[in-house]
Design a binder for this molecule. Structure first.
Ligand SMILES: *Cc1c(COP(=O)(O)O)cnc(C)c1O
Length: 396
């Protein structure tokens, strides 16, 4: 396809050419092992050290708090498992999270539950935001860890991380946040927000895939993730992914330097897309808080249609998007995120997520507004569900 609109940036993003340029030497001539002693390896060592400093600078943490991983899932798994097992030794086996975390968090918690941990999932209500009072009430003397995502990957809602951090610090409970959707998109201040552990992934902010980081507050003595060499202070062994790490830092730097300028136009596009779709398609609704949401996130449910069919027809028009519906995830249930904000199954199935990047132009927004409503109408014309809705019959 010569021209297409990529609106699935919450899934992954385009690697920026500037980032690739920074990575290139470490994929080619500078192949030395950063942990070797000869000076050839020292160039790579220096690149990794600088990358660590850059991450620390833009996230307001210390360089020695940055541990590079293979991505967001690994960072989430590591943070939650190590905190859980460390605290279990002190008799604390209760973990608090939310109903709409990423599966990297939820499935880790599920595995821990089988090992005897007790999990409390806080509700996120219709606007997709955790309430602090619920958190305060859920914390018990045996609570080991609170893990709440910074911003949700499906509906884009931004959580009250500062308040959560303050409550956890006051109660002496560890606080991990999956900030994979937030880093590079909204300001993230590790130290200022009282966060103990934070996960990020480079490919969500125009860096390379397969590299991320877990920021671990200094002084936390938890178990290592991978045993082996002395890389990452021995806590996550394995020869460093030099090019990936350099790419992560460069992408983070560019995203953060650009953020102030890039955010208002992105929000304007997002809101034009939202109001345009809600205005032109009857029985449609925005999922998640309209204000406390990521600058690039649009998530709308259209009654009476199936998300997969919508995605297929959009694909014919050259639009890459995502849905909270069943088949895309390989299960029959609609997205747990949409169910967590109280959407009935039938409505959750007809959801569309468009996640923008700076590559999306105003003309692209026009195109989306032109293309989507007729597709919805076409799908509704052949939908038995829509017929029932029009006749006001009960459905579900
Ligand atoms: C993408 C994503 C992850 C997983 O990151 P990977 O780098 O793909 O492992 C975790 N959490 C959230 C919120 C995400 O959006």
């Amino acid at each position: 396809m010569d021209r297409f609109i990529y609106a699935d940036n919450a899934a992954t993003t385009r690697l920026l050419p500037q980032v690739l340029n920074k990575m290139m030497p470490y994929l080619t001539e500078q192949y030395g092992n950063p942990s070797s002693l000869y000076s050839f390896g020292q160039t790579a060592r220096q690149a990794v050290d600088e990358a660590r400093d850059t991450v620390a600078e833009y996230l307001n943490c210390r360089s020695d708090e940055v541990f590079f991983t293979s991505g967001g899932s690994e960072a989430d798994n590591w943070a939650i498992r190590m905190a859980a097992h460390a605290m279990a030794k002190k008799g604390k086996k209760h973990i608090i999270s939310t109903a709409f975390e990423h599966h990297a968090v939820l499935h880790t918690l599920k595995a821990l539950k089988k090992q005897g941990f007790e999990i409390t999932l806080l509700p996120v209500y219709e606007n997709g935001i955790v309430q602090i009072d619920d958190l305060k009430q859920a914390i018990r003397p045996d609570t080991a860890l609170v893990t709440v995502m910074f911003a949700n990957n499906e509906i884009g809602t931004i959580q009250p991380i500062s308040e959560i951090g303050a409550v956890c610090r006051e109660k002496g409970v560890f606080f991990h946040t999956d900030a994979v959707q937030a880093v590079g998109h909204i300001p993230v201040d590790f130290a200022g927000l009282n966060i103990d552990m934070l996960s990020l992934a480079a490919h969500k902010f125009h860096g390379p895939k397969g590299v991320g980081a877990l920021i671990i507050r200094k002084g936390l003595r938890f178990a290592n993730l991978i045993e082996g060499g002395a890389q990452e202070k021995g806590r996550r062994a394995g020869t460093e992914n030099t090019a990936g790490i350099v790419g992560l830092a460069e992408a983070l730097k560019l995203a953060c330097l650009d953020m102030e300028k890039a955010t208002p136009p992105m929000i304007a596009k997002r809101d034009r897309l939202i109001s345009g779709l809600l205005g032109s398609v009857e029985r449609s609704r925005l999922n998640g808080d309209p204000i406390k949401r990521l600058p690039g996130n649009v998530n709308i449910s259209f009654e009476g249609i199936e998300g997969e069919s919508l995605l297929l027809l959009l694909d014919f028009k050259g639009v890459c998007a995502s849905s909270g519906s069943a088949c895309t995830s390989g299960s029959l249930d609609p997205s747990h995120v949409l169910l967590s904000i109280g959407l009935p199954h039938a409505i959750a199935h007809g959801s569309l997520r468009l996640s923008l990047s700076q590559d999306i132009t105003d003309e692209d927004i026009d195109t989306l507004l032109e293309v989507i409503p007729p597709i919805i109408n076409r799908l509704r014309d052949i939908s038995p569900l829509w017929e029932k809705i029009l006749k006001n019959e009960k459905y579900e």
